[in-house]
Ligand binder design. Structure first.
Ligand SMILES: NC(=O)c1ccc[n+]([C@@H]2O[C@H](COP(=O)([O-])OP(=O)(O)OC[C@H]3O[C@@H](n4cnc5c(N)ncnc54)[C@H](OP(=O)(O)O)[C@@H]3O)[C@@H](O)[C@H]2O)c1
Length: 257
């Protein structure tokens, strides 16, 4: 199958690209050429900026991918441009979303004050009512733009009359090349051979939802290549949900601390 990955060279993208390639697919990545990743030699690159996606139409038509995996649709405008350009070219678009769409996330941030959401969250769990949570943040994660909003991205991708969509919602992703260095504060203390790592009780008992990058990438690759994923939303995360204290103890054991 011919697959175009929009992005694909930072953190989760390379793992997805390698997985799709290992499954025998013909993979092309579209990015600006600013971020380099170790990808197999057989991967094709198309260089360009997604802010000018429409200018690349003839190149995408020549490639004629069956599936487009958009690794970083951040805004409603990104999603509209994506669906507009690939209708008539691709059969399906897979858009990467986040568990920040859930109302539970807004409750966690104390922005919405509904009763605590029942867990585990599923694809059918309630979504936030308030949009554009990142707008007020001084430092937005992953350099997200002010109008970042995965709820609107999902809506556009799932409601296109002309092109089928699939959504994959990701948890907090960890693994090699994690740009957020989620484990760094703990690994640093372990490397310093501290006798203990002190956590506030509220953090120690907290059960966050995580996913290992290679597993998450495998799930995205399956969603991209399996016909049954048409028109569906998937929530991907490690099945085992540890407290933060348990998680760090396990990391400590692996790190020899
Ligand atoms: N990390 C987490 O814990 C987490 C949690 C939930 C959801 N997510 C979602 O996972 C996705 C991000 O994953 P990732 O960064 O690992 O993806 P990635 O596909 O590995 O990297 C992002 C890619 O975007 C390209 N890019 C950036 N700006 C561009 C532009 N204007 N035009 C064209 N290409 C551009 C970069 O290459 P160039 O710099 O060369 O252009 C890079 O290849 C996002 O959708 C995020 O919301 C992540």
């Amino acid at each position: 199958m011919k697959i175009l990955v929009i992005g694909g060279t930072n953190f989760i993208g390379p793992a997805v690209v390698r997985q799709l390639y290992a499954m025998g697919h013909e993979v092309t990545v579209f990015h600006r050429g600013k971020t380099a990743a170790e990808l197999p030699e057989g991967i094709q690159h198309i260089l360009g900026d997604r802010s000018a996606l429409s200018q690349m139409k003839s190149e995408f038509e020549r490639l004629s991918p069956q599936v487009v995996v958009d690794m970083f649709p951040y805004t409603e405008a990104d999603a509209i441009a994506l669906m507009n350009i690939f209708q008539g070219i691709a059969e399906r678009v897979v858009a990467i979303s986040s568990m920040d769409v859930y109302r539970a996330y807004a409750v966690f941030l104390q922005i919405e004050s509904t009763p605590v959401e029942p867990v585990p969250l599923t694809e059918n769990s309630a979504l936030r009512q308030q949009l554009h949570l990142f707008r007020e943040m001084a430092e937005r994660p992953l350099n997200a733009p002010a109008d970042y909003e995965k709820i609107l991205v999902e809506r556009v991708v799932m409601n296109s009359a002309d092109l089928t969509g699939t959504i994959v919602r990701l948890p907090m992703v960890y693994g090699t090349q994690d740009p957020l260095n989620r484990l760094f504060p703990y690994l640093k203390r372990m490397d310093e051979d501290r006798p203990a790592i002190v956590l506030p009780e509220s953090i120690a008992q907290w059960r966050g939802s995580y996913g290992y990058v290679e597993n998450v990438a495998y799930a995205i690759a399956l969603a991209a290549t399996n016909e049954r994923a048409k028109g569906r939303i998937y929530h991907v995360a490690d099945a085992e949900v540890l407290t933060e204290a348990e998680r760090l103890s396990r990391v400590g054991r692996v790190a020899g601390w």
